[in-house]
Ligand binder design. Structure first.
Ligand SMILES: [Fe+2]
Ligand SMILES: [Fe+2]
Length: 314
């Protein structure tokens, strides 16, 4: 048994192609999304880049892979099938955890289960089911990784009108999340929280933000978590908060598929978090290793390596 655990974090892969856009799926939201894809995003979100990252990731021997949403683009049934096949290439459901993004729960779907197709990647394991009862995709879900880590998956995605990419966790999920984190803290586990939208207040402009970020942030701070990971901004960002049980790192990551620069969004990367016990008053240490491409068509290399050290506002 090794003394550290490694979690890979990949997000916002926005898989192509957008196939089978039949008339019964047409609505204003999808038309806008489709136009945005055809005119802009398809030139920057490249499947070949995702494949490059995943093949590099396979050689890193990580214990678990966390995918923080936006696997697809405009919520077409065919996109969910493509994404499911991609998840199978990443690993079995007990090695890969997913939370949905706003592009995954995009608009109302009839006669298709949508993100339900990925249910096995978004549900509690047997251990977690005792803490968070319920079957199928039900948020928050809880999983145990090795002997020390508890993973809590939140859903921040809700269908929204055209041009809006905001999210909402909801009072019920926030309450359960607070209770769960307290209980997992009592068990002395490392608490890793996954969510698509940035979970803190003022991390992103209105219209793209988490509408109940204030309530979620106060629940996270009250109950405590060691590491919160998110996507959505397509940018690398690290914030800190002082939670009831010590420093809480909040880490956002670039898209895992950007192969050509798009609106100053950085090129594709994924993170590896090496989590280990620290002892002496500070229970955990986290090392962040970023791997990605430095230039279009470039190979995957290490782009960052550092200890996550708290930087707390006065
Ligand atoms: Fe995204
Ligand atoms: Fe998003």
């Amino acid at each position: 048994m090794h003394s550290h655990f490694t979690i890979a974090h990949l997000s916002d892969i926005h898989l192509a192609p957008l196939a089978a856009f039949w008339p019964n799926y047409w609505n204003a939201k999808r038309f806008l999304g489709f136009a945005n894809w055809v005119m802009r995003r398809r030139r920057s979100h490249l499947r070949a880049v995702v494949d490059l990252l995943v093949s590099d990731l396979r050689h890193q021997g990580v214990d678990h892979i966390a995918v923080t949403g936006d696997l697809v683009n405009i919520g077409l049934p065919q996109e969910y099938e493509t994404a499911l096949l991609w998840l199978h290439t990443l690993g079995p459901p007990d090695r890969v955890s997913v939370v949905p993004g706003n592009h995954d729960i995009y608009t109302r779907l009839r006669r298709h289960s949508g993100v339900g197709r990925w249910a096995r990647y978004m549900e509690s394991d047997d251990w977690g089911a005792e803490l968070a009862p319920g079957s199928g995709p039900r948020f928050p879900y809880v999983r145990r990784i090795g002997k020390s880590i508890a993973l809590v998956g939140l859903n921040s995605a809700v269908p929204t009108p055209p041009g809006i990419a905001s999210g909402e966790v909801g009072a019920g999920q926030i309450r359960q999340c607070r209770d769960l984190l307290r209980e997992l803290g009592r068990m002395d586990l490392f608490r890793l929280v996954m969510i698509h939208h940035p979970p803190l207040v003022s991390q992103i402009r209105p219209g793209r933000d988490l509408r109940d970020a204030a309530a979620l942030e106060s629940a996270l701070v009250d109950a405590g978590a060691e590491l919160v990971i998110h996507g959505h901004n397509h940018r690398d960002m690290v914030s800190w908060r002082t939670s009831a049980s010590g420093p809480m790192a909040v880490v956002g990551i670039a898209s895992g598929s950007i192969g050509r620069v798009h609106r100053h969004e950085p090129l594709a990367r994924y993170n590896i978090y090496r989590i280990m016990p620290a002892g002496a008053g500070r229970p955990w240490r986290i090392e962040l290793i970023g791997r990605g491409i430095r230039e279009p068509d470039g190979p995957v290399v290490q782009v960052e390596r550092r200890w996550l050290e708290p930087v707390l506002a006065e």
